[in-house]
Write a protein that binds this ligand. Sequence first.
Ligand code: HEM
Length: 463
Amino acid sequence: MTDASLTYAHVPPVRFRPSAPEPLERDPGLLPMLFSPRMSRNVLTAIPREAFERSYRQVKVLNLTYHGINEPDAIKRVFLDNAQNYRRPGFVKRMLQPILGDSLLNTEGDAWRGQRRLMAGTFTPHAVDAVTPLFARLAERSCDRTPGDGGPVDMAAEATRTTLEVIDEALYSGQTGMPFQEVSSLVRDVMVGTGQLRLSLLLGLQGLDPGAAQRRARRAQRILAQRMGGFIRARAAMADAPDDFITRLYRTFASEHPHDEAIQLTLDNAMTFFVAGHETTANGLAWAVYLLASDDQAQTWAREESLAAWREGDPALVAERLPYLRMVWEETLRLYPPVHRIDREALGDDELCGQRIRKGDQVTIWPWVLHRHRTLWDEPDLFNPENFDPEAKLGRHRYQYIPFGAGPRICIGMGFAQTEALIILSRWLATFRFAPAPGRKVEPLADFTLRPQGGMPLLVERI
Ligand code: HEM
């Protein structure tokens, strides 16, 4: 960037096609999907072209009817207008129960409402502002430990480490005692085991599944729950516990439930926030830095802006000074939504996309597909931050872009994640230059979340 007065609007649009599996010409059907190692391991490789072109598709699996919807008005009906008719499906609850129990993410009705109200205070814009200096400190620490000698660095691992430190410090005062290396590999085992498409899951028998990945996931769940359980019990017994998220949760649960139940509910939520609060943001960061590494112009622009924002000093204001990087971040979550599918089950009859929905039917909404839909986006497979230029956003349906979900169950950590990501990304960009690692192909893999298969090796050079 030579002319500091240039704004991104004067730069010719950036266009490149980042890594994504080529859609299939025909629907593969359920059985080939279940028994193909490639497709069952990575469901993104099993999506037919028509999914990206049609607003509605129906699939029958055993005795269940799945309605795949890509029409923004219908999505709005499911998430907002008729949200009381839709809940998380039984199979998702069964899948998450062993690790997340009856936490905010895995509960419904009054129990969910009570928990959501209890936790909302931790995630208000004001509360997020208060943790911004922490984001800045941990972003700085990430830069200090990253070699930056021009050699390859796995930026997915670095993102995971940084976001794990953020969540540990922000919500648990850094006291979980969960060692990074071990925890991140345990969390990965859980994601792989729960993310695979298996007949056992459809039948509700995943607890008995003898597959190697499923056994590893169950073992990882046990170890994580044991470690976190130790931390929660110690916290509950402390007279002068820090006044943080987890202490406040425990005290409220303890005032409403018997001791063991309060411990269990606190543990369920501690696990939920520990996993949901870092894994998704880490994946978003890894994809964002990959996109920027592959596009010199976008990277240069984002770096200029980041350097200027940090020069001003106050970390609390940095995120406000990054309009271009924010567009890059939003475009990243369009192309690589960390939560690639969101499912619901109908509690009563309804109509969506002109189709009858019966009680017990499954409604499935895939941000991965919706965000690349041919009828909703121009050149949907290309990286184009200008999709999120404030003016371009005005002409768009709110429900065609849903990386954080929508309606009452929208991600509670959305504001936290957005500020955290902008602070970490801008700090990285102000410190390093990123380039693709030659000979290393990056591919998205849909486990429980969408992550880069085999990590995100990039060449990283300190500026
Ligand atoms: C880029 C980062 C993130 C993305 C893309 C993301 C995405 C999502 C999505 C799509 C949902 C809704 C799922 C549904 O409707 O079924 C959700 C819910 C949730 N997220 Fe996030 N999330 C992110 C970061 C975070 C963070 C940082 C936290 C906590 C600190 C968090 C905690 C939660 C929780 C607890 C729920 C359940 C909310 C409820 O059911 O009331 N997430 N997230």
